[in-house]
Design a protein around this ligand. Structure first.
Ligand SMILES: Nc1ncnc2c1ncn2[C@@H]1O[C@H](COP(=O)(O)OP(=O)(O)OP(=O)(O)O)[C@@H](O)[C@H]1O
Length: 581
């Protein structure tokens, strides 16, 4: 279905809190433009004096004074108009950024997995910044481009209606001819916006994938996705230029040659005594001024076309449905069981089920493990518990309450997730573990000790004050995972999920973390996803996933005794581990 382009009215809806300032800015811009007539009127009056042979020094000085006063006032009004529009634009930009971010923070977390960071950044910064530029500059130009030619036309109509109408001929031709020619070409604006977005996304991917790209000696030219996007973008750009070059050139030539219409007609009227010499000269001056103002409209039209796709992106995000928060809350100090009741889920409507009819009951305060081959649905199951996505059917409950009925902040307080890939803030190690909580430095250290990362941190010259990031220290995968474990320990949530959380750790560190966690996780309901089966051997319940279904559940001994999937996995695992040793 073709998407309807978002109109300029949406910009003014976004800027509704600043309408007063914007209107004042536009009004001042109109007054300031009206004053730009000053010099022309002065010239006209002086010409009249010359023709009537009434030139006197006081009269000349008087008119010159009026001209200078008009110019000074014009400068003052322009400056105030700019202050109004820039303040309104900056406030609007700030407000939109906050609103878009707030709105995004209410999405299911899956949104951030589905959308490339580059794409979100483009909307949040480039597209919103374009709105700011438009409001700061184009609104004033728009007011001027509409009002100035209109005022000029009314003035000229009063001076000589035939000449005024003649002035309209090049304007009508300048619009009608290009529009007729443009109609023969397809509208490529949406296609171009889409191609630009794809090019940005593939450039972003190229930069993100730099380590792999270097390993395989791929250059930007050889990186097929980038090369294709660039070619499609360039082809579309050339097509756009081809389709707009001729009509635009014709429009410019016709509008620029407006004087060729007013000059002969004015001369003819002058010879017939229907137009005074002063008026004739004034018309020649105004013809040039009129079309310069009118051409501003073409520039604004082009700016608003550029704004269009950015506006669409902002609107798309603002129109997206947010995750509906429930009303119920559970205490963060409680101990809760978890139930998956007949849960089915697919990432894309009509696509293959990532989970089918999953039924699991996890006892309050128990240690549980999700195991199974890659792609079996383990991560999907735990992400559904945290509402990264919402189930397609069935219910997931914490302490008997469906997760969809819990307040979103409460659900977040009840759960702590440690994933294989860790996100670190460009901040100190202390703040990276503290993560906005009011934990004391001592509490942070205790958590870091349990996660086996305190020794490493203390070995750094600045200890916990060491900053992570470009200019700071770089952490290994295992160290990052241990920071993430420390965060989860400090959060002290009643439900803790580890998804391959120690996969980057060496055996010794993994063992130490396991020992520390045994104490810390007492009384919490824990889910561990693990491929290294020895780490979950003592779990109260092991749930075996295969192809999106739960095929077995029980303790290690029960599952080994049953002799099916888990026992085969265990056999293979122990054989491989012994082989490695
Ligand atoms: N964001 C996503 N969009 C679409 N499909 C997905 C997404 N994430 C996972 N899948 C699909 O869902 C299925 C289950 O994936 P999931 O990551 O839950 O498996 P897993 O058992 O955790 O695998 P692994 O052990 O390799 O992490 C797979 O077929 C996978 O391709």
């Amino acid at each position: 279905m073709e998407q309807k382009r978002t109109g300029l009215s949406y910009v003014f809806t976004l800027a509704k809190e600043e309408r007063g300032k914007l209107s004042l800015g536009m009004l001042l811009a109109v007054f300031s433009s009206a004053l730009s007539f000053g010099p022309y009127l002065v010239v006209y009056q002086i010409l009249l004096l010359i023709i009537k042979q009434e030139v006197t020094l006081p009269a000349m000085l008087g008119w010159a004074g009026i001209g200078i006063a008009a110019a000074v006032l014009q400068a003052i009004l322009t400056s105030f108009a700019g202050i109004c529009s820039h303040t309104a634009a900056f406030n609007t930009m700030h407000r939109i950024k906050v609103r878009v971010l707030e709105h995004m923070s209410k999405f299911n977390l899956g949104f951030f997995q589905e959308h490339a960071p580059g794409q979100i950044k483009t909307t949040l910064f480039d597209d919103v910044d374009r709105i700011e530029t438009f409001l700061a500059h184009s609104t004033l130009e728009l007011a001027q481009a509409i009002v100035v030619p209109l005022m000029m036309f009314i003035f000229m109509l009063r001076l000589n209606w035939i000449m005024a109408l003649i002035m309209l001929v090049p304007m009508i031709l300048g619009i009608a001819i290009p529009m007729a020619l443009m109609g023969r070409y397809p509208d490529l604006t949406d296609e171009f916006a889409g191609d630009t977005e794809k090019l940005n996304a593939s450039a972003n991917e190229f930069i993100t994938a730099m380590p792999v790209i270097k390993m395989y000696h791929l250059t930007a030219e050889k990186f097929e996705q980038y090369r294709n996007s660039l070619k499609i973008y360039t082809d579309c750009w050339i097509k756009m230029c081809e389709s707009s070059c001729n009509p635009l050139s014709i429009a410019l030539v016709v509008l620029d040659s407006a004087i060729l219409f007013t000059l002969p007609v004015g001369g003819w009227l002058y010879l017939r005594d229907s137009l005074s010499a002063a008026s004739y000269l004034l018309f020649i001056l105004l013809t040039m001024c009129f079309f310069t103002s009118f051409l501003n409209m073409v520039t604004i039209a082009m700016q608003s076309m550029e704004l269009g796709s950015g506006l669409d992106n902002v609107k798309k995000i603002m129109d997206m449905e947010t995750m509906k928060s429930g009303q119920q809350t559970l205490s963060q100090t409680g101990c809760y069981g978890i139930d998956f009741d007949n849960v089915t889920f697919n990432y894309t409507q009509g696509g293959k089920d990532a989970l089918s009819d999953v039924d699991i009951h996890l006892e309050p305060g128990s240690l549980n493990a999700f195991v199974g081959p890659s792609g079996a649905g383990k991560t999907t199951a735990v992400q559904l518990l945290g509402r990264y996505w919402d189930v397609s059917s069935g219910t997931i409950k914490i302490g008997g309450v469906p997760v969809t009925e819990l307040q979103t902040e409460n659900l977040s307080d009840l759960t702590a997730f440690v994933f294989q890939d860790v996100f670190l803030l460009e901040d100190t190690l202390l703040e990276n573990i503290r993560m906005g909580t009011d934990a004391t430095e001592e509490q942070v250290r205790q958590a870091a000790k349990a996660a086996q990362i305190d020794d490493f941190i203390m070995s750094l010259p600045k200890g916990y004050a060491t900053r992570i990031g470009d200019e700071g220290v770089k952490l290994s995968g295992g160290q990052q995972q241990r920071i993430s474990i420390a965060r989860a320990i400090l959060k002290d949530a009643p439900i803790v999920v580890f998804d391959e959380a120690t996969s980057y750790s060496d055996i010794e560190n993994e063992h130490k973390i396991q020992l520390a966690l045994q104490n810390l996780l007492r009384g919490k309901t824990t889910i561990m996803i693990a491929h290294r089966l020895h780490t979950i051997r003592n779990a109260d319940k092991i749930v075996v996933f295969q192809d999106g279904r739960v095929v077995e559940q029980g303790t290690h001994d029960e599952l080994i005794a049953s002799g099916s999937t888990y026992s085969h996995m265990w056999d293979t695992y122990t054989r491989e581990t012994i082989g490695e040793e």
